[in-house]
Write a protein that binds this ligand. Structure first.
Ligand code: BES
Ligand code: ZN
Ligand code: ZN
Length: 487
């Protein structure tokens, strides 16, 4: 399906479905439409819709009127939801062509509007059907989706919005596919291959992969220790994006790449384990970002770093009570093997620090406690640098991804003290999302750093909204894109 914008009169459009948005309680200027809406008791509530056959009264075969909700409550999230609802309703009747009346929103420019609409229709169109017999390929009969505006001055802006929306959706879908793929086909080596294929033939991106033998030489005892229980060896992956214009600014983006988290010998109960293919969502966010990074073309050097590790119990697995030594010599007493993310991140962050970045952002499906605190739709942000935290939160707001800051309470550091090692990998009884953050902070050596605990929102166990259906969400990617665009 091709998405474009053109100048024209909306009621002159020849198409299968013509989409019109309308605010709650407002009337439509066209008599015919207005009469039908009254008959259908259409109120314009958010996502409410009426499909009208025009029977030759208009060149368009059908008009789909979709509610935007109350004008005073309108925001881009409302527009995204209404657009996705409109698109999915239209799609059900298999139209070849859809036209949408370009919508001038209070407080938002044409670029923002176009981007929001494009992102949400692309994301609502996503489904993961690779493993189904009827895999839905070629199901989408719609060939074109056209924004129509009679205001020639906004064409350029709308076009830019379409391009940004396409890019953000593509990156998000890239991440969704990686996260949805079952762990049987998403081994540590598969994450490595994904990184390599992104870098292949792309002059702006370089990739380095460290295998088990190299990790041993580097002394990455955290990564190696957690990987011991698996038959598959671990890797450390380092992607570098260098902008065309030389720049001194450097940013490192680190992801948690546990391809499956069984809990290890501190085995997870069955009900907590069955979604644990998602434990590489942080790494998948890094890969999603890098899949489009040369199109974003930020004026900053970007380092994408993740350890790809499978976490399994076995006769070789790390035991509770074992002590692992991270790359900087710090020792970690493993009291609960299921708190493995922070242990592999210790080495990943130390490796990131070695690149001398101005700032580090990590994304990790780190704690169930973050979901207890914020629910399943909101990412917890913990940072040692108020300015960076605000930049991340601003980017998240711009991308409409829900994030909320939690404190790195220093007084809780006492819970990480170990009797026999420098640190233990679990904290006190409460607030594990903060304990985990404090643990990571030990490995960033004062570099401005923000930690994003994406345990909840990376995967929807229910439909979150019209464009974030059950399954992997790709949450995090769009915030990273917004963040980089600000450079
Ligand atoms: N990968 C999990 C966290 C997780 C839970 C992600 C649910 C997504 C959904 C992590 O490795 C883990 O198991 N954390 C433990 C830590 C505990 C043992 C201190 C947890 O949260 O239960
Ligand atoms: Zn775990
Ligand atoms: Zn985990």
């Amino acid at each position: 399906m091709d998405i474009s914008v053109k100048k024209g009169k909306i009621f002159e459009q020849i198409c299968d479905v013509l989409i019109l948005f309308i605010f709650q309680g407002s009337e439509h200027s066209d008599d015919f439409i207005s009469t039908v809406l009254k008959e259908e008791k259409f109120k314009g509530k958010l996502c409410q819709s009426v499909l009208i056959r025009t029977d030759g009264k208009l060149p368009a075969k059908r008009v789909l009127v979709v509610g935007l909700g109350k004008k005073e409550e309108f925001d881009l999230q409302a527009l995204r939801r209404a657009s996705a609802a409109a698109y999915l309703t239209a799609k059900a009747i298999e139209p070849k062509t859809i036209a949408l009346e370009f919508f001038s929103a209070p407080n938002f420019n044409a670029k923002q509007v176009a981007q929001a609409v494009v992102e949400s229709i692309r994301l609502s169109d996503y489904s993961f059907t690779k493993y189904k017999k009827e895999n839905g390929n070629g199901k989408n009969k719609t060939q074109s989706f056209v924004f129509v505006t009679d205001d020639g001055r906004i064409l350029r802006q709308a076009q830019q919005g379409i391009e940004h929306g396409e890019l953000a959706a593509r990156a998000t879908i890239f991440t969704r596919d990686l996260v949805n793929t079952p762990a049987q086909d998403m081994r540590p080596i598969d994450l490595v291959e994904s990184a390599k294929s992104i870098a292949k033939g792309n002059g702006a991106i370089r990739v380095r992969v460290f295998d088990k033998a190299q990790l041993e030489k580097m002394g990455a005892g955290g990564i190696l220790g957690i990987a011991k229980g698996s038959d598959d060896p671990p890797y450390l992956v380092h992607l570098t994006y260098r902008p065309k214009k030389k720049t001194k600014k450097k940013i490192a983006i680190v992801g948690k790449g546990i391809t499956f988290d069984s809990g290890g010998l501190s085995l997870k109960p069955a009900a907590s384990m069955f979604t644990m293919k998602i434990d590489m969502a942080g790494a998948a966010d890094v890969l999603g970002l890098f899949s489009v990074i040369d199109e974003i073309a930020p004026a900053v050097e970007v380092h994408g770093i993740f350890a790809a590790v499978e976490h399994m119990p076995s006769g070789c697995a790390v035991r509770p009570g074992d002590i692992l030594r991270a790359m900087n010599g710090k020792t970690m007493e493993i009291l609960n093997t299921d708190a493995e993310g922070r242990v592999i991140l210790a080495d990943s962050l130390l490796y990131a620090v070695k690149q001398k970045p101005d700032m580090i952002i990590d994304l990790a499906t780190l704690t169930g406690a973050c979901m207890v605190a914020l629910g399943d739709e909101i990412t917890g942000v913990l940072s040692n640098d108020a300015k960076l935290a605000n930049r991340v939160l601003t980017a998240a707001a711009g991308a409409e991804e829900k994030m909320w800051e939690l404190p790195l309470e220093k007084n809780y550091k006492q819970f990480l003290k170990s009797d026999v090692a420098d640190l233990k990998n679990i904290g006190g009884k409460y607030g594990d999302v903060i304990s985990a953050g404090l643990f990571l902070e030990e490995f960033v050596n004062k570099t401005p750093w923000a930690h994003l605990d994406i345990a909840g929102p990376c995967f929807a166990e229910r439909d979150f909204d019209e464009y974030t259906k059950k399954g992997a969400t790709g949450h995090g990617v769009r915030t990273l894109i917004e963040f980089l665009k600000a450079f």
